[in-house]
Design a protein around this ligand. Structure first.
Ligand code: GLY
Ligand code: MN
Ligand code: MN
Length: 358
């Protein structure tokens, strides 16, 4: 509130609410003032809200904590309108229902100074504390193990769907609450699509297979991509693979607190350019990961943000050749003052039988 110079903030995105309060339900809004936090939710979440917000009330946050239960959305809106009546300025988070801040100003907050909360909250969320990094590490370990168990089955003519389901099942079996995002298994020509959705295509001898898999653990996510070849790679497959691995390594080596995000992207692109493959790298180099799978900071050719210590980010260059296939390598790393710590542990190898569980 001090940074935004406002009397109050309305926080509405579930991940923002979870970060701020620990509440993990899917439907709530939070009204925050200098001395009081009001969580407004519905009857499904009453007991859970009392449990999950208990630490704020007890833990010296200095805030009075109110949990209010509403029965209809109209009741919620009435409540917010009366809370707003006591504030001359409000910072507003995304995703409440107004299309934008101007619409909120017109329809809800005439006479109140409205400030965008997103640019204040996003960089705070982007710097992880030890507990958050520990949760991400647990998610990483589960995905590493699942890949080691499942990748060898690529040799047995499974469908893309079979492999995706096996990864999801294996992660759940190992204690994950779910997958961090829709698991990607892209084989043969499908590997030319960065965000391909697994199909009934049977994985064939000679295919490159891109597998992008992460786990969801205690609200936090991991994100990793490896690429395999079923059988002996051709010289061309090996070249695409080696160039991508080198580009990815160059990207990781460029990571350090204080570095401009576009410089990490440039490091990957420069390496691919050396191999005359830069035009096949059709997306950005990375993004922050935490409560959301894609969050600040973003790393692309035109991004201007600066990396901070304890940002958790991906470095994920790829080359995608339409009609032929593709390669992507993605690691999750923690930014440090001198470089970064790579969290993802799966070996980078084209051989799907060469991984070993941690
Ligand atoms: N798994 C989605 C991504 O890498 O961005
Ligand atoms: Mn990914
Ligand atoms: Mn990613």
């Amino acid at each position: 509130l001090a940074a935004a110079k406002v009397d109050a903030a309305l926080i509405t995105a579930p991940a923002d609410i979870r970060w701020l309060t620990g509440f993990s339900g899917s439907s709530a809004v939070v009204w925050l003032t200098h001395d009081r936090l009001t969580l407004i939710t519905d009857g499904r979440y009453e007991t859970q809200a009392v449990d999950e917000l208990g630490h704020l009330a007890a833990g010296g946050s200095g805030l009075f904590v109110d949990i209010e239960i509403i029965r209809t959305l109209a009741q919620r809106d009435d409540r917010l309108t009366s809370l707003r009546a006591n504030a001359a300025s409000v910072a507003l988070g995304p995703s409440y229902g107004w299309q934008d801040l101007a619409a909120a100003q017109r329809s809800w907050a005439a006479g109140v100074r409205i400030v965008d909360l997103a640019p204040i909250l996003a960089p705070l969320r982007a710097v992880k504390d030890q507990g958050e990094i520990a949760a991400i590490r647990r998610a990483v370990a589960i995905a590493d193990d699942a890949l080691a168990v499942v990748a060898p089955h690529l040799m047995e003519r499974p469908t893309e769907r079979d492999i995706a389901l096996a990864l999801d099942t294996e992660m759940r079996r190992a204690g994950a609450d779910g997958s961090a995002y829709d698991t990607i298994v892209a084989s043969g020509p499908n590997a030319a699509r960065p965000h391909h959705h697994p199909t009934d295509r049977v994985v064939q001898a000679g295919d490159l297979v891109v597998i992008d898999v992460g786990a969801y653990v205690d609200g936090y996510r991991s994100d990793m991509t490896r690429t395999f070849c079923v059988g002996r790679p051709t010289a061309r497959q090996q070249r695409l693979y080696d160039a991508t691995v080198e580009a990815q390594r160059a990207g990781v080596e460029a990571v350090r607190s204080g570095v401009i995000t576009s410089d990490v992207d440039l490091a990957c692109r420069t390496e691919l350019k050396r191999h005359r493959l830069a035009r096949y790298f059709v997306h950005g180099t990375g993004h922050g990961v935490g409560l959301d799978i894609h969050e600040d900071p973003f790393l692309g050719s035109t991004t201007t943000g600066v990396l901070a210590a304890r940002n958790v980010i991906t470095v994920e260059p790829g080359v995608y050749v339409e009609g032929y296939g593709g390669v992507r390598i993605e690691d999750l790393v923690v930014v440090t003052r001198t470089g970064c710590t790579v969290l993802t542990g799966s070996a980078k190898t084209l051989d799907p039988t060469a991984l070993s569980p941690a």
